[in-house]
Design a protein around this ligand. Structure first.
Ligand code: FES
Length: 102
């Protein structure tokens, strides 16, 4: 298992996961008590956002790999089920790694 694909691995028990930004080639650790948006903003990644409550859709981001855990009220159930986009201010991950188109 030298090349374990964490985008296929269930979320660890501590609730933390890693986010890889495909365009920037950077990986960040997201702890259970922080949003993806907060982690990236704190790291200096400048991203658009507004409500931070999963309502406005401003932080909509394309998902390249991994499975989001949708907590927003913006996407339709069908859009959420497609797992190809997510609201990074409130939604999390069901897999140990998410790859985002950022
Ligand atoms: Fe409004 Fe994420 S900032 S949905």
């Amino acid at each position: 298992m030298s090349h374990e694909d964490l985008t296929q691995t269930p979320l660890p028990a501590d609730g933390g996961f890693e986010v890889h930004l495909a365009q920037r080639g950077q990986t960040y650790q997201v702890p259970a008590d922080q949003s993806i948006l907060r982690v990236l903003s704190d790291a200096g990644v400048d991203l658009p956002f507004a409500c931070e409550q999963g309502v406005c859709g401003t932080c909509l981001t394309k998902v390249v790999a991994g499975q989001p855990d949708h907590w927003d009220m913006f996407l339709t159930p069908e859009e959420q089920a497609a797992n190809d986009q997510m609201l990074i201010c409130c939604s999390r991950s069901q897999t140990a790694r998410l790859v985002l188109d950022l």
